[in-house]
Ligand binder design. Structure first.
Ligand code: DNO
Length: 389
């Protein structure tokens, strides 16, 4: 693997020097200052690239060039935004950056209910609790029609869980959902969130998929011309939330995308943590079946405390995904391709050593440092045990 690390640019309190000392060769970054839909100018890409190069690493993966909501809905100025997207891809290619991660989740990017779930050792990690989210949806947001979308068991449990939270606990859930992400989504008020959700009225799963395939096929000629690989990040969580449609949650969805979008430059970001949000997903099988078009990986793991509640694992290698087995398949694919693939430790615990400074939720230094070291150890171990990998 090529050892990757997400860096949030100048706003990131974790320095490039520290990232390099973690063993990283490949930085995963974006022009976070640019809003969805804007063209990324070559000069700005180059400036960021130079900073990374001066620190002894390469900016090789963009995460993300966000997709404007108009493109997802195919309304408003979507044609202009598709043209802008193509220009950005061409500009990135001019600078030699040819791996682009993105997602097609409407309104929100990844969603959690608790950004500070405490583990027994006092470190914290991210948690997803379906009942808390359903409670937030029905009783705080009061989204019209929400009640009808949950089954009776979930509704009843959500009510109990929600009522057991004090005001602070309820606010913690609301803040986790409405929190913005650099360059992708802004912080939202409940009213703004409801208004944005309403804009997806009438866009079902089928329609959103169609819009995505059309977008991808429209940019395909640019991908062929430049060699840029587009690797979609799976839906996180991989099931509908807040009544929004989903497009890439499991093996069936991936197969459908590969069929509808035949370009070999249209592939996947294999994110084990996102896929693992559905206990039925098997990332090892996904790698085996769809690995030829995996261009970038996020490795981490999940532990379930209920069938609808999970948090990130203490160890990146242990949990819902059989990471050692997956890594074996990953190494086979690298060998087949004759090329290394960038992997980044996805998220990490917030630990005592992280308290000295602010970091984006999930993107601590200490937790990711351990995650990367675990992955590196796994790779060396596998190669040692299985000669030829
Ligand atoms: C979460 C990340 C996602 C990812 C985007 C890609 O921590 O994996 O925010 O960057 O979904 O577009």
């Amino acid at each position: 693997m090529k050892q990757g690390w997400r860096w949030y640019g100048d706003a990131d309190e974790i320095t490039l020097k520290e990232i390099r000392q973690a063993g990283v060769t490949d930085v995963v970054a974006a022009l976070y200052e640019r809003k969805p839909g804007e063209v990324w100018p070559v000069a700005e890409i180059k400036a960021r690239q130079k900073k990374v190069a001066d620190a002894g690493m390469t900016w090789s993966v963009v995460e993300s060039v966000p997709i404007h909501e108009d493109i997802k809905k195919r309304t408003g100025d979507y044609k202009k935004y598709i043209e802008n997207y193509k220009k950005t891809l061409k500009n990135l290619a001019k600078c030699g950056i040819k791996t682009v991660c993105y997602n097609f989740m409407p309104v929100l990017d990844w969603t959690r209910s608790n950004l500070e779930y405490e583990l027994p050792d006092g470190s914290t990690c991210l948690e997803y609790n379906e009942y808390e989210l359903a409670g937030f949806d029905m009783f705080y947001l009061k989204r019209p029609g929400a009640e009808k979308e949950y089954d009776a068991k979930t509704r009843a449990k959500a009510k109990k869980v929600w009522n057991a939270l004090d005001k602070k606990g309820q606010k913690r859930v609301a803040d986790a959902v409405l929190m913005g992400l650099p360059g992708t989504v802004d912080d939202l008020t409940p009213e703004e969130f409801l208004a944005q959700l309403a804009t997806y009225k009438g866009i079902d799963d089928k329609q959103l998929r169609r819009n995505m395939y059309d977008f991808l096929n429209e940019i395909s000629p640019v991908l062929e011309e430049t060699g840029v690989n587009m690797c979609i990040h799976p839906d996180d969580p991989p099931h509908p939330i807040f009544g929004l449609p989903r497009i890439l949650s499991n093996a069936k969805d991936i197969a459908q995308m590969y069929k509808e979008c035949p370009s070999k430059h249209i592939g996947l970001t294999l994110c084990t943590g996102s896929l693992g949000g559905d206990p039925k997903n098997n990332a090892v099988e996904i790698m085996k079946k769809f690995g030829k078009r995996v261009f970038f990986c996020h490795f981490r793991n999940l532990e379930y405390t209920d069938d609808k509640v999970f948090h990130e694992s203490q160890c990146h290698l242990v949990g819902q995904t059989d990471l050692p087995k997956l890594f074996e398949e990953f190494l086979k694919e690298e060998k087949r391709r004759g090329e290394k693939i960038v992997v980044r430790p996805d998220h990490g615990r917030f630990m005592e050593i992280d308290k000295a400074r602010k970091c984006y939720a999930g993107y601590s230094y200490g937790g990711r440092l351990i995650g990367l070291a675990e992955l590196r150890g796994l790779e060396i171990g596998l190669k040692y045990a299985k000669k030829g990998l």
